[in-house]
Structures are given as structure tokens and as C-alpha cells.
Ligand binder design. Structure first.
Ligand SMILES: O=C(O)CCC(=O)C(=O)O
Ligand SMILES: [Fe+2]
Length: 291
């Protein structure tokens, strides 16, 4: 593979707290170590990086993912993968689709004991308008909680339940929320993760509960858990914590699942949108108290 050299990287922040567009890099060839380190640092700072005009093939997409770490294969036995690429998930929505993936705030596969660290999505076909993805900084959501609330949540754990995610379909006739259909007999164990998660690189804290997978806070009574989760999940809707990516053909977005949530907007039915995602393995979420 050729090595890119002497290219000036430019980072253009989308908002003060989350998202930056990266210019001056060609992801179809192997990135040199200096550029890679700068991209890694920017990704850790901004949580979401956007790269335009990257005509990646599947081989290049997988190679890019491997720069960040070992690749993750989705636990769902019928996840759509292109032939020969078990680590790639295909995203496709068109006039025949009954659901679109990720149409609620979530972080990818948080029901796993070791949820993926990062996802890299490459969109190859997108409608002229619509099909944006929103991202939210869960560090920023945490930072704005009151001191007593931060203390209260510290050390609590929540149950993340795979069946909530994989049984939920977002019926286009029910845009207000998921309806539930049974999924073919698969059972996945629950995972218990800290409600406040410490980022292993930055040491920053983030709120680590999400609409798709989190069923309840383990240590609370059901009504208490419902109320506290409602407060936390409502905060994500505040646009001050968000950035919004408008995809074009061959846009690539890399996000940090440890401190960012995302929500794909399916406002373009019956138009077609297509892309591929590579996901990078992560470690077990942990909480360490603020110093
Ligand atoms: O389609 C999108 O923009 C994102 C869908 C999603 O949630 C994902 O790929 O993890
Ligand atoms: Fe997702």
C-alpha cells in the first residue's frame, strides 16, 4: 500500500463540544504514523470525525478499521455482511424497508460485556436530502449535571439488554417509537455497565445509558429507575450537546462509542440510502471516581 506523505491535515470543528471535519487525508491508502496519531488525537478530543470524498472499497475500509484496533463482528447471527467480509455490516434502506438501523439514541451494541470502542461508517448512496445522523457528547451531558446528581449516579450500574435493541423495529408507520417483534429464538445475556463511565484515554466521565439497550438502573426501585433514566435520556435531546452530520456520497464518519451516542434519522422513505460499517473492539466499561 502507498503511504500518504506531506499532506497538511486540517480539522474544522462542527460545534464547541463535539464533531470535527478532517481535510487533507486520503483514507483509501495507508495513513503514515504521524498523520494517524494526529487523527487519533483529534478523534479523542472531538468524539466524531467526518471525512469527505473517500471512495473506500471494502478492503480499504477494513484496513482503516484495523489501524484503530481489532475488528468486532456483530453478535447478531443475521447481521447483513457482504460476502467475504464478516467484519463489515451493510446498512441499506429503501422503499421496501420496514426499519432503519439506529433510529433512536444509542451507542453501538452496549449490551455486550465489552462494547465496541469505535465505529466507522462509510455511506455510498444517500438521498439528495435527509438521512442525516445526529451525534451527542455524553461527556458534555455529564458535565452539565448538578454536583449532587453526579455523586448520586457515581458507582451505580445499569442493565443493558440486547433483546431490547434487536427485537425493536422502527416501523415507519409508527415514527413515535419502536414496536416490538419477536426475533428468531436468539438469547443474549444482559450486561451491567456503570451509569457513569470513565473514558480510558481521557479520564473524562460520561453518561453511559441509552434508549435502545438500557432497561433499568440496577440498584434503584423500578419507579426510581424510570424517573432517573428519563431525566438522563431527555438531556441528550438538548441540541447544545449535539452535532449533525449531513452525509454525501463517500462521506466516512468515525465515532467514539465510549462517550458519544448517535441517532440516524429516517426521514427519506422511500428513497435509498446505503453504506457499510466497520466496528472496532472495545474494553469493559468502568467507573473511577473523579480525582
Ligand atoms: O445510518 C446511520 O447513519 C447510523 C446507523 C447506526 O446506528 C450505526 O451504523 O451504528
Ligand atoms: Fe449505531
Amino acid at each position: 500500500m502507498a503511504i500518504t506523505q506531506d499532506e497538511e491535515l486540517i480539522f474544522k470543528p462542527l460545534t464547541p463540544s463535539i464533531g470535527a471535519e478532517v481535510q487533507g487525508v486520503d483514507l483509501t491508502v495507508e495513513i503514515d504514523d504521524v498523520q494517524f496519531q494526529r487523527i487519533l488525537d483529534a478523534w479523542i478530543s472531538w468524539g466524531v470525525l467526518i471525512f469527505r470524498d473517500q471512495a473506500l472499497d471494502l478492503e480499504q475500509h477494513v484496513a482503516l478499521g484495523r489501524r484503530f484496533g481489532e475488528l468486532y463482528s456483530h453478535i447478531l447471527p443475521d447481521a447483513k455482511t457482504p460476502p467475504g467480509y464478516p467484519e463489515v455490516i451493510e446498512l441499506h434502506t429503501d422503499a421496501h424497508s420496514e426499519r432503519a438501523g439506529g433510529e433512536s439514541w444509542h451507542t453501538d451494541v452496549s449490551a455486550d460485556e465489552e462494547p465496541p470502542m469505535a465505529s466507522i461508517l462509510h455511506i455510498t448512496e444517500t438521498p439528495d436530502t435527509g438521512g442525516d445522523t445526529l451525534f451527542a457528547s455524553m461527556n458534555a451531558v455529564y458535565d452539565d449535571l448538578s454536583g449532587p446528581m453526579k455523586s448520586f449516579l457515581s458507582g451505580l450500574t445499569a442493565t443493558h439488554r440486547a433483546s431490547r435493541g434487536y427485537n425493536a423495529v422502527h416501523d415507519r408507520n409508527q415514527p413515535q417509537g419502536p414496536s416490538t417483534v419477536p426475533l428468531g429464538g436468539w438469547e443474549f445475556p444482559d450486561s451491567h455497565h456503570p451509569v457513569i463511565r470513565t473514558h480510558p484515554v481521557t479520564g473524562r466521565h460520561s453518561v453511559y445509558v441509552n434508549t435502545i439497550y438500557t432497561s433499568h438502573i440496577d440498584e434503584l426501585a423500578p419507579d426510581e429507575s424510570d424517573s432517573i433514566l428519563a431525566v438522563l435520556l431527555e438531556r441528550i435531546h438538548n441540541p447544545r450537546y449535539q452535532c449533525r452530520v449531513q452525509w454525501r456520497k463517500n462521506t466516512v464518519v468515525l465515532w467514539d462509542n465510549r462517550c458519544v451516542q448517535h441517532h440516524a434519522v429516517w426521514d427519506y422513505f422511500p428513497k435509498l440510502r446505503h453504506g457499510n460499517r466497520v466496528t472496532i473492539k472495545g474494553d469493559r466499561p468502568f467507573f473511577s471516581p473523579p480525582a
